[in-house]
Design a protein. Sequence first.
Length: 265
Amino acid sequence: MATNSDETSVPSMLDRVELILEAVDDNGYLTNSQAARLTGIPRSTAHRLLEKMVAMRWLKRIDTRYELGVRLFELGSRAIRDHWFHSLCLPIMQELHRSTGAVVHLAYLDGIDSVYWEKLSGAFGANVPSRIGSRYPAHRSAVGKALLSRLRPEAIDDPMFDHLDHGVPGGRAALRTELEQTRSHGIAFDRGIAAPSLGCVGAPVTAGIPEPAAISICGPVERITTDRRMIDAVQRAAAAIERAASRDDVSGRVDAPDRPPRPRA
């Protein structure tokens, strides 16, 4: 039987591991002294954790520096590629990429950020500042605004969105209006916000998913956001994903959240 000390020590250890992984991710690598300073973990404890994580291949040690290990890459790749929803979406995204010639994204919502789950690039991909696994403020992209439109309108009043009232044109009121339009029309736009020459069109996936998801296409702003055929193609792809999810009988898992969720993928 677990004792009270056992029960409290496990979360504490997991919290410390998470602090170390986040510090390595933020900095690219860490020495033992940097790990202790950045995480607040005692230096001797940090060293034991770092060496244990090396033994587990979560980290790799090069001389005195620790960086992300191959085991995390393996697990991360499986989380992306083997998830049922990614497998369901990929052929539909590939057809959208083929028919439009645009960069295609699949993303989910984590707090105030969109996280890119998949990216099909093509020739224009180098012009789009996104990569699989990266985060981007949801209110600044078409796919992010499509994700936010899946929340209840009052979710934008959460304090996590307070930063929108300072330094963002129109603040939270402008975003609220734009999200209302996205809910009405099922489409969101980015016209030169992420990059001056970049345009994106996003559509939410409204059924058959475990958390808010959305897809988008990106390309030259004058082509992507004004061509009705491009807009229709994104909406058809989102609808195709919903139909495929329903055929796979996964809609029973859906519980549309009232607040930005943590990812489970």
